[in-house]
Design a binder for this molecule. Structure first.
Ligand SMILES: Cc1cc2nc3c(=O)[nH]c(=O)nc-3n(C[C@H](O)[C@H](O)[C@H](O)COP(=O)(O)OP(=O)(O)OC[C@H]3O[C@@H](n4cnc5c(N)ncnc54)[C@H](O)[C@@H]3O)c2cc1C
Length: 484
């Protein structure tokens, strides 16, 4: 009998746990450890954050789903991995701390035969003074953040209806942020809602980001095929913003946020401030801070994790100049190089290097978008890792599946509005996610599989995906048929 422990019940961990359970024999155990009792379908937080969708539609309790699926659920946060067990007993284990009300902080050792770390990001608001819900800006990274953001947004709308002007600042709150796509989707939704609510003429809508050009998205930009033409994502995004009257500040590292004012430094050394009545700025991501110890109790965190807290896997982490980075540096199996029974999936794995060229301001601050690990690759990696783990339990000598982001495509649909008739969406597909200039010398990507369009059809896809993925996450009948 084998025991697979999955840390995290987000897109990647939930997918990995569900497939592992469905492919393993009943006598084998699957355990999920996650600090929140609910699943949150994060992409739809954007709609919650403009008051278009109640929070209840994007989250639901995990315990009944896992009980039905035969997965043990522990509502707890993992704090330390002991991949060699102890000198007295080599069984590996994870130390977890309960988050169940009334039992907070109670520690437990959870033993495993295979471990899948899918703990996602720490939302590192602390990297910028005054950033985040504890400070002076809002977020849509969690369903509760998004609900709070909606309250502020609707309050601003009421002020505008009474005749006030409001200034909105949306984007990234640090020079090392990732996930620009989520902030982009939020700003187009916000702008759409301002028009729908009849107050657009009283709003100034500003974008601020660490991207070198609009449409970089932490992917070094994209060349998209549109109506037979190749369009850089810079042009695509600039024209989308221009049409909507959204103004932008690029190449910016936000240094500090005060009430109503975000201070920033640009790549060319200008030190400025942007005023706002409401700001939704994403934080940079870090690993969740797991520690690791060997059998003697010595701290081996730095050998299992990179300095940013993400887990080392089968990537090539050799430090090299940007020009020498290759698509082949990216991990394939997500197995820890140190422990064959440990894997990291989704945002929890450490990318070998950024995709966009990293830059610095004259004062040394980063203007360096980190690579995105969006929902689709996170789920595909979770599934591939589950496959490898199950095969290894059944006797395979090593991982059997590969899911390199340099050999995988992704679809991204950034919608505005949630109404099936009045909404619109910018839909993009990209292949591969990590550009491969050896295979595709011109643009790094396959132009027959990298395209973008704006319109109602993409919006229908987004609505369909919302319902399909929430159905799938409930593990309702036929869930395996719904693609990642
Ligand atoms: C606002 C927003 C909109 C987005 N929109 C899109 C979109 O439209 N399309 C798209 O593809 N992607 C989108 N993304 C990205 C997508 O949400 C992520 O790629 C995806 O959630 C990553 O999955 P993950 O499982 O790695 O991390 P997460 O989904 O963040 O899951 C991490 C899990 O680990 C748990 N955890 C945390 N700490 C611990 C611990 N110590 N021990 C155990 N468990 C722990 C968390 O509670 C959570 O359950 C969006 C992201 C944001 C923020």
């Amino acid at each position: 009998m084998s025991r697979v422990v999955v840390l995290g019940a987000g897109v990647s961990g939930h997918t990995a746990a569900a497939f592992t359970r469905s492919w393993l024999a009943r006598g084998d155990e699957v355990v999920v450890v996650s600090p929140k009792p609910d699943y949150n379908w994060i992409p739809s937080n954007v709609w919650v954050g403009v008051g278009l969708m109640p929070r209840e539609k994007v989250r639901f309790p995990l315990a009944p789903i896992y009980a039905r699926a035969g997965i043990e659920f522990k509502q707890a946060a993992a704090v330390a991995i002991h991949p060699e067990g102890r000198e007295s007993d080599p069984t590996p284990f994870v130390v977890v701390e309960s988050t169940v009300p009334g039992k907070e902080g109670t520690r437990e050792e959870v033993r495993y035969d295979f471990l899948i770390n899918a703990t996602g990001p720490k939302l590192n608001f602390g990297a910028t003074e005054g950033l985040g819900p504890g400070g002076h800006t809002l977020s849509v990274c969690t369903d509760s953040h998004a609900e709070d953001t909606a309250r502020h947004f609707l309050d601003s709308v009421e002020r505008m209806k009474r005749g006030d002007r409001q200034r909105f600042l949306i984007g990234t709150g640090h020079g090392a942020c990732t996930c620009q796509g989520a902030a982009f989707e939020y700003i187009v939704n916000l702008e759409f809602e301002l028009r729908a609510r009849g107050v657009r003429d009283r709003a100034d809508v500003w974008w601020i980001s660490n991207e070198y050009e609009l449409g970089d998205f932490g992917m070094g930009g994209i060349h998209l095929k549109r109506g037979g033409y190749i369009t850089p994502s810079k042009i695509f995004t600039e024209s989308l913003f221009a049409e909507r009257g959204i103004r932008w500040i690029n190449r910016a590292h936000v240094t500090k946020v005060e009430p109503g004012k975000a201070h920033y430094e640009t790549l060319d050394g200008q030190v400025r401030a942007a005023d706002f009545d409401m700001a939704m700025l994403l934080p940079p991501f870090a690993g969740v801070g797991l520690k690791a110890f060997d059998k003697a109790g010595a701290d081996i965190t730095t050998s299992m994790f990179m300095p940013n807290g993400f887990m080392r896997v089968d990537a090539d982490y050799t430090a090299r100049p940007y020009e020498q980075w290759s698509a082949r540096d990216w991990p394939k199996t997500y197995q820890s190089p140190a422990y064959r029974n440990v894997f990291a999936a989704g945002i929890a794995f450490a990318p070998p290097h950024p995709i966009s060229r990293p830059r610095q301001t004259p004062s040394g601050a980063p203007v360096a978008p980190a690579p995105p690990r969006t929902g689709m690759p996170s789920a595909m990696i979770g599934k591939a890792v589950a496959h490898s783990v199950v095969d290894m339990i059944k006797g395979a000598p090593g991982p059997t599946r590969s899911a390199s982001m340099a050999a995988m495509g992704a679809a991204c649909v950034a919608s505005a509005g949630s109404n099936p008739f009045t909404g619109t969406a910018a839909a993009m597909t990209v292949f591969p996610i990590v550009p491969d200039f050896e295979r595709y010398p011109e643009y790094g990507r396959d132009m027959n599989q990298t395209f973008g369009e704006i319109g109602l059809a993409g919006h229908w896809i987004k609505i369909l995906l919302h319902h399909l993925f929430i159905y799938k996450a409930h593990l309702y009948p036929g869930w395996r048929l719904i693609p990642e």
